[in-house]
Design a protein around this ligand. Structure first.
Ligand code: ACO
Length: 431
């Protein structure tokens, strides 16, 4: 099939000719945007499992074959060789940066790493046990109030500034929210450190005891962030595009992405995975018994970190993270019993017909939590780390839809299944 081909849809005794859309990797979609106008009929696709909400040039996934590429570059190559900052630049602007562009982007990241002193007072308003995702989304939205001139960046010159501000400050806010939860003073960023080590410094340094991240730790976190940087039209990226489609500003749009990411079926899954592994460990439960419970639908237990809407094969990110997990733990000399349980679980599940038939494999969350644990990141910060990693992807999606000349406000339709017309009855006459 090629661009220009059409498909004929028959509804009752009428036929409608609809155009096909063909992507650069041969994916084919039926453009039904004129269907309702032509026929009065809409399509229904609860959960959007079969709906292409846009055409996008950012990320390619082939879930059947386990392929993931950012702007054409295989995830394996980027995870092995790229920095997080150049990956972010690639996602947002479409090309790997030239040395001068990378230097300028790094300079902007460094210059924007402080948050406005007034913003520090916002932290005081949150209760001590506030979830850091609640703080993060609120603070990102509030950041917009401090840069009103950058709220609708139309030109790359302004846009790069806004993108760098958000990417840089999100890590400062994230580390500050962690410090607040500990009752420790916020640590200022260091101009001499690169993106990932700077974040680790703000997380773990104390005024009386500096923390110097090792190369192994910084490298493991670099990989985690790159692997989370984008994943095409997932729940949070679609949320960012949806919110941005109303012409909402970049800050408000990516703050909504943080909220969407918070749920346990999305960005909260790595935390849920470690919780699950910990419970199995603490209760001395046998892995085979746990898998039996998962298969018993009445128990309503899912194997967290397994299964994916798109991947019906091993998630390529999980493959990289499994090895990164082994490497990091052995370099740090850590023996984590949860890793043993996870590996045994994978072995049992992948040999079991329940998982084989449903094509359920480990996803990105299965091993990432164990890496974050080894680095010393507390569990309630796991989704925050995901959000820091995903920020370039959200920014790229906002920009792509914002620059699309044919973009319209996102407004799905529905099939109404409620009451048909009925009439108001005063309260004292109701039975
Ligand atoms: N454990 C046990 N059974 C599962 C699992 C799982 N983790 N995932 C799917 N299934 C089963 C379902 O019960 C269903 O079985 P059925 O056909 O007998 O009813 C079948 O596999 C299909 O599952 P769906 O829920 O229809 O798959 P969907 O695409 O809607 O959900 C999801 C994908 C949410 C990721 C799901 O696999 C899940 O809940 N996994 C655990 C949570 C998780 O790891 N989330 C992280 C996803 S990756 C990310 O967001 C970064």
């Amino acid at each position: 099939m090629k661009a220009g081909d059409t498909v004929v849809l028959r509804i009752g005794d009428k036929s409608y000719t609809l155009p096909l859309v063909v992507g650069t990797e041969g994916e084919v979609g039926i453009d039904i945007s004129s269907l309702r106008a032509l026929s009065g009929v809409i399509t229904v696709d609860e959960g959007y499992g079969n709906t292409g909400s846009c055409q996008s040039a950012i990320t390619f996934i082939n879930g059947e074959k386990g392929i993931l590429r950012y702007r054409g570059y295989p995830i394996e190559e980027l995870a092995e060789r790229a920095t997080f900052v150049e990956t972010a630049y690639l996602l947002i602007f479409g090309e790997l940066p030239l040395p001068t562009h990378l230097g300028e982007f790094r300079r902007l990241l460094s210059e924007n790493e402080f948050i406005h002193e007034d913003m520090r007072h916002h932290f005081e308003g949150f209760p001590p046990n506030a979830h850091p995702m609640a703080i993060l989304s609120a603070m990102i939205n509030a950041l917009g109030a401090y840069q009103p001139v950058l709220l609708q960046p139309e030109e790359d010159e302004h846009f790069i500034d806004a993108a760098a501000r958000i990417m840089s400050k999100v890590r400062t806010v994230a580390a500050a929210s962690y410090k607040k939860s500990l009752g420790q003073p916020m640590i200022y960023p260091r101009y001499d450190l690169q993106y990932v080590p700077n974040f680790l410094h703000m997380m773990f340094s104390k005024p009386n005891r500096p923390y110097e991240p090792t190369q192994e730790v910084a490298d493991a976190l670099r990989r985690v962030l790159i692997l989370h940087a984008d994943h095409e039209q997932n729940c949070s990226a679609s949320t960012v595009r949806m919110v941005g489609s109303s012409q909402a500003n970049l800050y408000a749009s990516v703050a909504s992405g943080v909220c969407a990411l918070w749920g346990p079926l999305h960005g909260g899954a790595n935390q849920a995975t470690v919780n699950m592994l910990q419970q199995i460990h603490d209760s001395d439960m046998n892995v085979d018994d746990f898998i039996r419970q998962v298969k018993d639908k009445s128990a309503k237990i899912r194997l967290m970190g397994f299964g994916h809407r798109v991947y019906k094969n091993y998630d390529p990110r999980a493959k990289i993270l499994k090895k990164a997990c082994d490497d990091l733990l052995s370099k740090l000399g850590i023996h984590d019993p949860l890793l043993d349980i996870a590996k045994r679980m994978e072995e049992v599940a992948l040999a079991d017909s329940y998982f084989v038939e449903r094509r359920l494999y480990p996803n990105v969350d299965f091993y990432s939590g164990i890496i974050l644990r080894a680095i010393g990141i507390p569990m309630n910060m796991f989704p925050v780390l995901f959000a820091i990693g995903r920020m370039p992807g959200w920014i790229a999606h906002w920009r792509e839809s914002h620059l699309n000349p044919s973009a319209r406000i996102h407004r799905p339709r529905q099939i109404y299944v409620g009451h048909t017309e009925r009439h108001y009855i005063p309260v004292n006459e109701r039975s």
